[in-house]
Ligand binder design. Structure first.
Ligand SMILES: Cc1cc2nc3c(=O)[nH]c(=O)nc-3n(C[C@H](O)[C@H](O)[C@H](O)COP(=O)(O)O)c2cc1C
Length: 313
């Protein structure tokens, strides 16, 4: 199973729809969603982040936080909205979240992690609940931490082969993912295991799955290197025709404008410029010029104009 990783400010419904139209994964995740913001007093603030289209299925909503009542409430709402599953973030290493005992901070408080898992199951009794985590906080503690999580019998468990302290720096350690699969075989054979970290192509995906024994592989940053990373055949994104490349980016910008209607900053779109454009022979000047625009209309007009390469104008 090929899975698009949850990525904050990246995998919103806009990007999921674009990826779905180019080369869809087998499973989508939302960005991480703060469980307390599901409270009705926050009204519409959460609403747009929660919407999805049928083309983005199957889709798992990922939540984070450390209050069980919030988890029950959030899970109930996600079930009602028709999500296919709920995932709990126990891996984000952002220091201010870890300090608050959220995300990777839960590695230090396994009992709390178990309570949150139970709360999500209670809120959404008909949905599978999964967990995404790392192999430890400061040092690998796969046996203890992953072993503990498997005792909870989650529907699925995603293991990112790094500690929280490692952030995204050293190469992901897939031997720890392999160890996690062995623990699963012993402790919770029904749990679907997903490996994550540094996968950027179909051949790497196949090799990692074969070596570790996971049923699923999750790809995050690899999508920026090849927007077609989930394709079954054909050429990578860098080999696509100029018009296809520019049209896809224009479609993304246009959908961002109509979907978010100003609720999300225009500037987040610039994060995608390299991913779309890096195969163009004149990538550098197009990229640099694109950075000068600060609204949807002018960036789209510039990209339309860029369909004609400079030396043919
Ligand atoms: C921009 C960005 C945002 C991310 N946001 C989330 C998130 O919301 N939830 C989560 O579980 N992981 C998040 N991650 C971590 C990824 O899901 C993934 O675990 C990590 O990037 C390692 O996989 P990769 O090497 O394939 O990128 C994020 C990563 C990036 C680069």
């Amino acid at each position: 199973m090929r899975i698009l990783a949850p990525m904050e400010d990246v995998t919103d419904t806009v990007f999921r729809r674009i990826i779905g139209s180019l080369a869809p994964p087998d499973l989508y995740f939302t960005e991480f969603l703060r469980a307390d913001l599901f409270h009705p007093r926050f009204g519409a603030r959460m609403q747009r982040r929660l919407e999805f289209t049928e083309t983005e299925r199957p889709i798992i909503a990922q939540i984070w936080g450390n209050n069980t009542a919030d988890y029950v409430m959030a899970a109930a709402r996600l079930e009602q909205l028709g999500y296919d599953g709920i995932d709990i973030n126990m891996g984000c290493p952002a220091p201010k979240l870890v300090k608050k005992g959220c995300c990777a901070g839960l590695i230090r408080t396994p009992n709390k992690a178990a309570e949150l898992y139970a709360a999500a199951c209670e809120g959404a009794p008909s949905l599978p609940v999964s967990i995404k985590t790392r192999i430890g906080l400061d040092t690998p503690e796969t046996e203890d931490w992953i072993g503990f999580l498997l005792e909870l019998r989650p529907a699925a468990l995603t293991v990112h082969g790094r500690t929280a302290a490692e952030m995204s720096d050293p190469p992901a350690d897939w031997s720890q993912v392999r160890l996690a699969v062995e623990l699963r075989d012993r402790i919770s054979p029904a749990t679907v295991m997903v490996g994550n970290g540094d996968i950027g192509s179909e051949s790497e995906l196949q090799a990692a799955a074969a070596a570790s024994g996971v049923e699923g592989v999750m790809i995050g940053r690899g999508i920026f290197e090849d927007l077609l990373v989930f394709r079954r055949q054909g050429k990578p994104w860098v080999d696509q025709p100029r018009e296809v490349v520019l049209d896809a980016y224009i479609r993304h910008i246009d959908l961002h404008r109509s979907y978010w209607q100003g609720e999300r900053n225009f500037e987040v779109l610039k994060k995608f410029a390299r991913a779309y454009l890096h195969g163009l022979p004149d990538f550098e000047p197009v990229y640099r010029a694109g950075m000068r625009y600060h609204d949807h209309d002018s960036l789209i007009a510039f990209l339309q104009h860029s369909k004609i390469p400079v030396d043919s104008r």
